[in-house]
Design a protein around this ligand. Structure first.
Ligand code: ADP
Length: 418
């Protein structure tokens, strides 16, 4: 390009004004397409054109039109914006503006069948990143002073693209930082969670192995059952971590079969009350619901987690599970009358690793359970959400469509971490 964008002395006052306006709009641009629309709008009063096409480098030697606007006579030629391709490629390879004049056999009967195109390369730092093409149907040809003005416009478009690249780099950097933070959080949470049961296992096993002391049967049994429980906990944690990473890689397979929800919920409740001795469940099952296609073991995982949470975060409070349906939906709710959850946490509960800070550090957990629950319910084309009133309790609601559109074999991962 020959024009020096820092020295616009050669421009006419009206052109100068337009160039400054363009420069201001580039500086404040937040969205590239609307900024290009603004450049097009500000350019029109001082520079005649019918089509404006921005081509960006898409590979070593290829260009892709990424923004194209046809106005005036160009409107009827909107579908033929590829007319700018040849000049765009020529300009991309040249440091000078490229002008072409072309016509079809219809000319001169149809004046618009003669067109002039002007291509300008866009150079950012020492790299050519694309070209900008202006087309005039039926003339007038591009004169030198007009070409100079077009060069100023092209230099601002380049600045805009540079600006966009910078923003993109910052966005990438921010995403990278978030990922690192996520990994650090993950490692910190997981290490802590794994080390706690491991510490118990090691401590009690070492104690039992001491040769300088003998243990009564009762004490030895107690220590061994702690080791046994903590080993179960380790296994559960590792299962959760594995599920969570399979969810991320979308490789957690689902296996659907017809399930009668009333029977299923009775089984789930019985298992939970035998596992947690202080848990009491009031089952409120509506009229029988025909079997629906579900993955019973994944679904059991959801209810095991909700009921185990009830025993952890609402200990001693009875839990009510209710099941009802209408023509299209099945609704299940799991309600406890525990301390409840503040409204500011409700949306976050289903994010990976999220734990309500006020739940107290003594209650053990990883914040993976509800994340996994939501992914499993989503795979059933259902939804899960929580309602809670502080001091009154928490209700988890699950809705399933009775007839699902399609059955996903794999769980679709939905990243919900901020
Ligand atoms: P974890 O129990 O391992 O921390 P979850 O994902 O299962 O992870 O739960 C996320 C958070 O939601 C818990 O840490 C807890 O703060 C909160 N929570 C879940 N269930 C309840 C409940 N029934 N009552 C109060 N808080 C709850």
């Amino acid at each position: 390009m020959t024009a020096d964008p820092t020295n616009p002395a050669a421009l006419r006052p009206q052109e100068l004004e337009a160039v400054y306006a363009i420069s201001r709009s580039v500086a404040s641009a937040v969205n590239i397409d609307s900024a290009l629309d603004e450049i097009k709008r500000l350019t029109r009063p001082v520079f005649i054109f019918d089509n404006m096409v921005l081509y960006l480098k898409a590979g070593e030697d290829s260009l892709e039109p990424t923004y194209a606007r046809a106005i005036g006579r160009g409107r009827s030629h909107e579908a033929e914006l590829s007319w700018g391709d040849a000049v765009a490629y020529d300009a991309f390879k040249s440091t000078q503006p490229v002008i072409r004049m072309e016509r079809t056999n219809d000319y001169p009967e149809n004046r618009t069948q003669l067109w002039y195109s002007l291509g300008l390369s866009l150079n950012l730092e020492s790299e050519t990143i694309g070209s900008l093409v202006f087309i005039r149907f039926g003339g007038p040809p591009f004169e030198d002073d007009q070409i100079r003005l077009a060069e100023f416009i092209a230099s601002h478009v380049t600045q805009l693209l540079g600006h966009k690249q910078l923003v993109q780099r910052i966005v990438n950097l921010e995403a990278e930082r978030r990922l690192i933070r996520l990994q650090e959080d993950f490692i910190a949470t997981i290490s802590h969670e794994l080390l706690t049961p491991l510490g118990f296992i090691k401590g009690y096993a070492t104690t039992l192995l001491r040769e300088d002391t003998t243990w009564e049967d009762q004490t030895r049994k107690e220590f061994l059952s702690i080791i046994d429980e903590e080993a179960d906990r380790l296994r559960e944690l590792l299962d959760n971590i594995m599920d969570s990473s399979r969810l991320q890689s979308r490789t957690l397979r689902m296996s659907y079969q017809p399930v009668r929800l009333d029977t299923f919920l009775k089984d789930v409740s019985m298992r939970a009350t035998s596992r947690h001795e202080n848990l009491s469940i009031d089952l409120q099952l509506d009229t029988p619901i025909p079997p629906i296609q579900l993955d019973p073991s994944r679904l059991a995982q959801v209810f095991d987690n909700l009921l185990s949470n009830a025993t952890k975060y609402a200990p001693g409070a009875p839990v009510v599970i209710s099941l009802n349906s209408n023509d299209s939906l099945v609704h299940i709710s799991v309600r406890d009358s525990g301390p409840g959850i503040g409204p500011e946490h409700l949306d976050q509960l289903f994010k990976r690793f999220y734990r309500v800070p006020t739940s107290g550090p003594r209650v053990r957990g990883t914040g993976l359970g509800l994340f996994i629950c939501r992914q499993i319910i989503n795979a059933h084309e259902g939804e899960i959400y929580a309602e809670s009133v502080l001091g009154e309790g928490t209700t988890f609601h699950i809705n399933f469509p009775i007839e699902r559109k399609q059955i996903a074999d794999n769980i679709t991962f939905q990243e919900s971490r901020p």
